[in-house]
Write a protein that binds this ligand. Structure first.
Ligand code: KG4
Ligand code: ZN
Length: 353
């Protein structure tokens, strides 16, 4: 069964054709980065308008690259949550339009579930990471950072073990990049600069390192860099810039890796999976591999195209729902919140959604 996936939760307009075994027939991602770059972050209203302009073309391109027409599809899957409400609605309306006009079954997909299952995507000409249930998923992106125990692909089989109390890891990368005068999004730029840097020059402690909890906090790292810039000005030399990036990145990565390994040990789960845009980070990939090998855990690291926002992961998560016989009717709407139960909320513990 071929499923059309549609993604518009933030600043990427995506459409993809994937089957229920995860084979990616096409995966089109149209980034809005240039649109938002002058503002140093995503402007929700601009994002929605740009999704409207792009969505039809992106869907047509996904079908063209898969060399199929609408009649070859067995269903439609769309990101319905979490994300920017206006942006989500564009994808949801487009998906409902296709489903209604072509009389296809439709399923709403939680973007976070898509990220966690992206490890199972099989892209032509890339090595497929192997993962098996249960696994510990570290999901670190621009909007979310949490550790999950994943026993299967359904919402009821995914349990949050700990999340960030404040900023997401990607958000910290983006804010720090802004503070030191780099562009947007900051993650890839910091990653690049840090490669030539000496992290030891800025021995920033990994946040919440001594706590047993599996929660994260990244706002202190952002404040450290902001204070440094307030006292010393923006880095003046390439070396200072690289060293600061390396010091900040090492603190983020150490925190992410230590808690992920701790979660795997506490849950007695031998398999670890990286997910989300920050999983594209070279130091995280390197450090996670080293720590997992040392702890006797197997690590699955998806290719970068599967880590950052894409519609293939949405199509795949939706294909699994459709294959189980699940359907949503056309009355579902978009929501800014995830459907996964959250245990961490700014240190406040469990809360009603
Ligand atoms: O998953 P994603 O594409 O979108 C969200 O769902 O948020 O993640 C985007 C985030 C951004 O904050 C970006 O700076 C970060 O992922 N990111 C990185 C890298 N590539 C993307 N962070 C660190 N290192 C990278 N190489
Ligand atoms: Zn995402």
């Amino acid at each position: 069964m071929l499923v059309l996936g549609i993604e518009s939760s933030c600043d990427e307009t995506g459409a993809a054709v994937v089957d229920e075994s995860g084979v990616v027939r096409s995966d089109v991602v149209r980034s809005q980065v240039a649109l938002h770059a002058p503002y140093g972050g995503v402007v929700p209203e601009l994002a929605s308008r740009d999704h409207v302009r792009a969505i039809t073309l992106v869907i047509q391109e996904a079908l063209a690259r898969a060399e199929i027409g609408f009649e070859a599809l067995g269903g439609v899957a769309v990101t319905a949550r979490p994300g920017l409400s206006g942006a989500l609605l564009v994808g949801v309306q487009a998906a409902k339009g296709v489903a209604w006009a072509r009389d296809l079954p439709i399923v709403a997909v939680d973007h976070l579930v898509g990220h966690l299952l992206a490890v199972f995507l099989r892209r032509p000409a890339t090595v497929t990471a192997t993962a098996t249930y249960p696994f510990i998923g570290l999901l670190a992106s621009g909007g979310h950072t949490a550790i999950y125990r994943v026993d299967g692909p359904s919402i009821s089989e995914i349990r949050e073990l700990g999340a960030t109390r404040d900023d997401a890891a990607g958000e910290a990368f983006d804010k720090v990049a802004k503070a030191i005068g780099l562009g947007y999004p900051g993650g890839p730029l910091v990653d690049q600069l840090a490669r030539g840097g000496d992290a030891a020059r800025f021995p920033i402690p990994a946040p919440m390192a001594r706590r047993d909890s599996l929660e994260f906090s990244f706002s202190g790292l952002k404040s450290f860099v902001a204070r440094y810039v307030a006292q010393n000005g923006k880095p003046k030399s390439e070396t200072e810039l690289a060293d600061l990036c390396a010091g900040f990145q090492r603190a983020v990565v150490r925190s992410l890796v230590a808690k992920t390994v701790r979660a795997a040990q506490a849950e007695r789960v031998g398999s670890v999976v990286l997910a989300g845009g920050v999983a594209a980070n070279s130091e995280l990939r390197r450090s996670a591999a080293e720590a997992c090998a040392k702890a006797g855990l197997s690590l699955a690291v998806p290719p970068i195209a599967s880590c950052t926002d894409n519609a293939a992961m949405i199509a795949y998560a939706g294909a699994l729902r459709l294959a189980r016989g699940e359907r949503d009717d056309l009355s579902f709407s978009a929501s800014p919140r995830t459907a996964l139960e959250r245990t961490t909320r700014k240190g406040g513990g469990r809360r009603e959604l």
